[in-house]
Design a protein around this ligand. Structure first.
Ligand code: HEM
Length: 397
């Protein structure tokens, strides 16, 4: 039995850990790569190999808590909470619908939006990247992808925020109920899209093909998955864009390297490895087993820390360096296995549009006042990220 790490040793909400989680994660990986966290009542995994082993084995490590006799609220039953074989028809319905979309056209529209925004923001002094770039770009791309009208930005941001915060329910139970109410509100909106939106896009494809009898049916799972696609996709993308801009502001050489189209393609993945938004996920052991020399008892929760795995030197040489051409780059920023991100392609596309637009804009973007990290554990994001375009500096080529 390895030593139990007291909760204070690893507190994801500690200000120093929020500022930079990697020193403490590296120390934990070195000392006790698999440890029991009493506060979160979970085993925590920090090594890439252990994380992949758990994510790969859905028979042994369940996402669907109902397999262990737990009750799951109806609103939470989606592609995210089901395991194979029940997950397969829903997942393939959405994957097929995604592949049917014209991502190149969406990317071009994203770039046009960014060029117009950057133009307006130039010469206007300091601005908040989260409010002025990350949120509007994400909502535009997701609405475009799904084929729906953009919802009112500020009320949607509030609902999305409550759902995102509720992901930390294991650390703070007060965020659970606001998250449930927000899910209900958003479900009503998604429901109305299914009824009324006639625009081409991912949702209309899903609606048509679910009706044509893919086996999934236009049922609860499909509706809930549509909500997860919209809200999960939006909040993760906002966070990813903020983290990427912050990283690039502090790594201007890497930004310039990404003028090369090959490095742009691989570089957006390296940005997600280096400082990705999703810090971890959890599974439940369906049988007593061993992970990294530690015995995990049937029914115990296992938390896979993507952030730690993505900086594991056994998998990524020199993990603290941002290398746009890093290859291989088997990072876990988009998850792994049967629950890996469905939105990886549009996410990569939006990040490419962001980086290309920053490089094309005639004025370089500079960091301004001190940014403020959001106090959330599962999602790593900024609340405020001040920056300024400085036309007088010209673009360094
Ligand atoms: C850079 C942006 C993004 C990142 C870093 C990201 C990351 C992730 C990660 C790590 C997971 C796996 C979580 C787990 O195993 O529990 C996941 C799942 C998921 N993502 Fe993303 N995501 C991003 C953008 C998007 C977008 C844009 C969409 C939708 C358009 C999306 C839709 C989903 C869905 C539906 C799942 C659940 C898949 C399943 O459980 O089968 N994501 N994402």
């Amino acid at each position: 039995m390895p030593p139990t790490i007291p909760m204070l040793t690893y507190d994801p909400l500690d200000p120093a850990t929020l500022a930079d989680p990697h020193p403490v994660l590296a120390a934990l990986r070195e000392a006790t790569p698999v440890f029991w966290h009493e506060g979160m009542r979970t085993w925590v995994l920090t090594r890439h190999a252990d994380c992949v082993a758990v994510l790969r084995d859905y028979a042994l490590f369940a996402r669907d808590r109902r397999r262990m006799g737990a009750e799951v609220p109806e609103l939470s039953l989606s592609v995210q909470s089901l395991d194979p074989p029940h997950q397969a028809p829903v997942r393939s319905l959405f994957m097929t619908a995604l592949h049917a979309q014209d991502l190149t056209a969406i990317e071009l529209r994203a770039r046009a939006l960014l060029a117009a925004r950057f133009g307006r923001l130039t010469g206007g002094g300091e601005f908040d990247v989260m409010a002025e770039v990350a949120a509007p770009l994400s909502i535009a791309v997701i609405s475009d992808l799904l084929g729906v009208d953009e919802p009112d930005h500020s009320s949607f941001a509030q609902v999305s925020d409550a759902i995102m915060r509720s992901m930390d329910g294991g650390l703070d139970s007060s965020v659970v109920e606001p998250g449930r109410i927000a899910r209900q509100e958003l479900s009503a909106l998604v429901e109305s899209w299914f009824r009324t939106s006639g625009r081409p896009g991912l949702l209309s494809h899903v609606r048509e093909h679910a009706r044509q009898g893919t086996g999934a049916g236009l049922d609860l799972f499909v509706r809930n998955t549509a909500r997860v696609m919209f809200q999960g996709g939006y909040s993760t993308m906002v966070a990813a864009i903020g983290n990427a801009v912050h990283t690039l502001l502090h790594n201007p050489h890497a930004l310039q390297q990404m003028r090369d189209q090959d490095l742009l393609r691989t570089g957006v993945d390296e940005l997600v490895r280096y400082d990705g938004p999703v810090q971890g996920t959890s599974r439940i052991a369906t049988e007593t087993c061993e992970i990294g020399g530690v015995t995990v008892t049937e029914g115990e929760t296992v938390t896979v820390l993507f952030a730690a795995a993505n900086h594991d030197p056994a998998q990524f040489p020199d993990p603290g360096r941002l290398l746009p051409g890093r290859s291989p780059n088997r990072h876990l920023g988009y998850g792994w296995g049967t629950h890996a991100c469905i939105g990886t392609m549009p996410a990569q596309m939006a990040l490419r549009a962001l980086v290309a637009s920053l490089l094309e804009h005639p004025a370089p973007l500079n960091a301004a006042a001190e940014p403020r990290r959001r106090r959330t554990a599962t999602m790593r994001a900024f609340d405020v990220l001040p920056a300024v375009f400085r036309p007088e500096l010209g673009v360094h080529r």
